[in-house]
Design a protein around this ligand. Structure first.
Ligand code: SF4
Length: 210
């Protein structure tokens, strides 16, 4: 498993305006999500089959830097706990991969059902719950039916109407910001990292969150 060397991260002022624009984008997306969730009457109250158990991969440098910023803001003891947990999760995932086994393991940022970097969580973490759709460049529309908790709540409340939540404009805006960031930093490698891998990469000598 390759963790990325990110020496330019010490030059945070260079990409700060882009992170601010990402925060604005996420804010708009969260409001749009909340408006649709309200129409459904859906509330995420945590559940046994937490989406934070899913192994999501994140692909943008922008989200990586934004998450690191959120972790950096944690109170030192909590930050150390989260980093220790990230190392455990990272190791268990790597061991399971070597054995060829599927592993569902809680994200190291989830503590007692709460995300410790909630305001800085990546885009995919903000989409879980209600149904959403994405228009691919060729025009094909890919629909996601929502999570099991959504399905159960809506079945119980008798809600059957589909309310459109199109994530396409948010993905496009994030892709544009990512392009700008890559141009600014000169970083060209592809990124495919779990949250645990992101956090471990900040501890292994390439970058310290202090
Ligand atoms: S970053 Fe936060 S919301 Fe996303 S999987 Fe981890 S704990 Fe859950």
């Amino acid at each position: 498993m390759n963790l990325m060397p990110v020496p330019f991260l010490t030059n945070r002022h260079r990409y700060r305006p882009l992170l601010n624009r990402l925060a604005t984008l996420f804010g708009g997306m969260d409001r749009a999500y909340a408006a649709v969730a309200d129409q459904y009457g859906f509330r995420c109250n945590g559940c046994v089959d937490s989406c934070c158990l899913t192994r999501f991969y994140h692909h943008t440098l922008l989200e990586y830097l934004y998450l690191v910023e959120g972790v950096r803001a944690l109170e030192p003891d909590l930050r150390r706990t989260v980093q220790k947990q990230a190392l455990t999760v990272y190791t268990e995932m790597a061991d399971a991969d070597r054995r060829g086994e599927a592993l569902r393991i809680m994200c190291p940022l989830n503590r007692d059902g709460r995300c410790m970097a909630y305001t800085h969580r990546p885009m995919i973490c903000r989409l879980h719950g209600i149904p959403h759709e994405l228009r691919r460049p060729g025009g094909e529309v890919v629909k996601n039916p929502g999570c099991d908790a959504f399905f159960n709540q809506c079945r119980d409340s008798g809600t059957t109407v589909y309310i459109r939540f199109d994530r396409t404009p948010y993905y496009r805006q994030m892709a544009m910001l990512e392009t700008e960031l890559r141009r600014k930093t000169g970083y060209t490698d592809k990124i495919k990292l779990t949250i645990a891998q992101m956090l471990v990469s900040t501890m292994n000598g390439t970058y310290e969150i202090d």
